[in-house]
Design a protein around this ligand. Structure first.
Ligand SMILES: NC(=O)c1ccc[n+]([C@@H]2O[C@H](COP(=O)([O-])OP(=O)(O)OC[C@H]3O[C@@H](n4cnc5c(N)ncnc54)[C@H](OP(=O)(O)O)[C@@H]3O)[C@@H](O)[C@H]2O)c1
Length: 257
């Protein structure tokens, strides 16, 4: 698809991939709007990227999504691309009884229910556009579990499944449905996993990752596998037990109970 002169909404655009997407898409001549929860990070993104539009919005809250929809479509009626990028990944020992019943599902609300609700809210609007796209950011951990982040993997597998169904259901519309299957990269999301026993994965540079994603979008590659993601895909097919064993080494002590 043509990545010029679009109006693009990116959830979680104040850090990591989202911020890099915003920078690159602005450079390509698009109108770019980002969301996030932290007003300080939103102000800093706006200050650093000339022309960037920001909205404070928590994707885990359906009321905030409804409010965002009203504001964005009123102010930017040409909105034609939605990038569901906001996400969080937590190290969780399932033996930890201090985690409450609401807190344990927090990532599901942000990483899975968030994108599903964003699509539900914005779909009627996107259908009216001459050309439109939805990009859902999943992960190599949608393909194989990372046991020390058990809820995260479940959300990304769920989002991958949903994205495939969405693509089938939208096949007779002008909306293209993309999935970015991202490998581990150098962003704040990985901070708590650095220096963890058994975690010695090479982290991809987010600049390189977003570059691959943009080339994939331009070539209409509906599933984009940057860096090691393609290797994870292959391993998940030919040696699933082996790759699960490797990923189970990270945080093995914490998970032993
Ligand atoms: N980094 C990796 O290794 C990796 C690998 C595969 C997939 N991914 C996926 O890539 C996406 C981006 O991750 P990243 O590495 O760039 O993470 P990041 O640097 O931590 O950035 C996350 C962004 O999402 C926002 N965010 C978090 N929770 C939110 C919520 N409830 N509502 C709205 N915004 C929210 C954050 O801002 P606020 O905190 O201010 O809200 C921030 O702008 C995520 O979906 C992640 O799962 C990352």
């Amino acid at each position: 698809m043509d990545l010029k002169n679009n109006t693009i909404l990116i959830t979680g655009g104040t850090s990591g991939f989202g911020l890099e997407f915003a920078k690159r898409l602005l450079e390509l001549g698009n109108t770019v709007i980002v969301t996030g929860r932290d007003p300080v990070k939103l102000a800093s993104a706006k200050k650093n990227l000339a022309g960037l539009h920001t909205f404070q919005s928590d994707v885990s809250d359906p009321n905030e999504i409804a409010e965002l929809y009203e504001k964005v479509t009123k102010q930017f009626p040409q909105l034609n691309i939605l990038i569901n990028n906001a996400g969080e990944m937590r190290k969780i020992s399932l033996h930890d009884t201090s985690i409450g019943l609401s807190d344990i599902t927090r990532e599901i609300e942000t990483n899975l229910m968030g994108p599903i609700r964003m699509v539900q809210a914005f779909l009627p609007h996107l259908k009216q556009m001459k050309s439109a796209a939805i990009l859902n950011v999943t992960s190599g951990l949608a393909l194989v579990p990372f046991p020390i982040a058990p809820i995260y993997g479940a959300t990304k597998s769920g989002l991958r499944s949903y994205t495939k169904s969405l693509r089938v259901q939208l096949k007779n519309t002008k909306i293209k449905v993309f999935e970015l299957i991202a490998p581990a990269a150098k962003t704040p999301l990985n901070d708590q996993f650095h220096n963890m026993d058994g975690f010695n994965v090479k982290l991809m540079d987010p600049i390189e990752l977003v570059d691959t994603a943009i080339k994939g979008l331009e070539k209409d590659k509906f599933e984009i596998y940057p860096g090691l993601a393609r290797m994870i895909l292959m391993m998940s097919r030919i040696a699933p037990a082996f790759i699960l064993k490797q990923l189970s080494k990270a945080g093995a002590k914490e998970m032993a109970g």
